[in-house]
Design a protein around this ligand. Sequence first.
Ligand code: F2R
Ligand code: MG
Ligand code: MG
Ligand code: MG
Length: 359
Amino acid sequence: DGLIMSSKFRGCLLGSLLGDCLGAPFEGELAGTYVVLQKFFDKLEGPHYKAPLMQYTDDTAMTKCVAESLINQEKLDVKDLAKRFVKEYFNQPRRGYGANVVEVFAKLRATKCEDPFAPAKEQFGGSGSYGNGGAMRIAPIPLFFRGLDTKALAELARQSAEITHTNVNGYNGAILQCLAIQQSLWLNPKQPLNTGIFLEELLKKMQEFEKEDDEFMTEGEDPQPFCSKLRWVNELLARERSGGKRIKEKEDVLFRLGAGVSALTSVPTAIFCFLRAQQGPIHEINTESAFRRTLQYAISLGGDTDTIASMAGALCGAFLGYDGVSISKNLIKHCEGSEEMLNLADRLYSKSLPSDELM
Ligand code: F2R
Ligand code: MG
Ligand code: MG
Ligand code: MG
């Protein structure tokens, strides 16, 4: 019902913000020790509010643009969205943007976003970016359009991504994260999540979208790389459930899934972190909150920590809702823009299509 859904909007956008703010100090590091992260989180959750504020990065800056564009236009308007990305970037360029995406912003500005898709097509010699920038900012789309069917929703996700990411793996990563958030939104947070069924459904949907790109594949390439990764997510979770080798878990996750800046090495990883934290306690992560466990585990993998934690946090928040995340208000207060993000979630909810009945 409405109360639960509005709480899920808040949880999703808050999870996205917190993952970004808390993961950002560790971005680009090797897989960190659990001890350092445990202390870091304990301190921020503790009774004393202490500066410094944890600042958000490009992930959140762009997510806010997507939310604001949907609230104002009440539909996906790619030209409006492109203009907001450009304005946001040139107002605050030092938010840790991807090294190449800034060329897209410059070209969009120079052409006044006349064709919002044109500049991105020129990236990387015409092959387009496969970075995770399209996926990292997707959360407001599955929230706003939560009642759409898979195909229609995926089409919107792809369009929103193609303003900057035209490589098939760039926009398919955005589609995967979008569909995973939509699935999490429609689950009952009071019931334990069946991770096997969750992945089975997601895989079925992704198989449709990866099929369409067969013709672009060169010989020997995996035609369905995201589907293959999802199968590994399932396998790693199943191993853990059967009490498999815990010590090597992190190494296996990094080897099979990765923790990089490409969509392919980060979106399935974020989905894994979310589901793994729902499955139960994790070695050396000491918290009662599955939401905190999700973020802490994602960051412990190293690499693109802000983005993977942000995407995992969005998934977990969409499942549990704000009322179910059970973390201290102090931790939330430590993250830049948290009040504003919750406010955006409320406005997005009130403007979103009342189409709960569609599903
Ligand atoms: N940029 C970063 N982190 C770098 C360090 C930031 C530092 N901590 C700081 O303080 O400044 N993080 C942010 O970037 C990621 C999202 O990037 P996005 O939007 O996808 O950008 P881009 O430039 O399109 O792609 C990123 C890199 O991926 C590689 N790449 C992509 N497509 C490629 C292709 N077709 N061929 C070869 N390489 C490709 C390039 O290295 C790109 O620079 C998030 O992590 C966000 O947090
Ligand atoms: Mg970032
Ligand atoms: Mg295309
Ligand atoms: Mg990042």
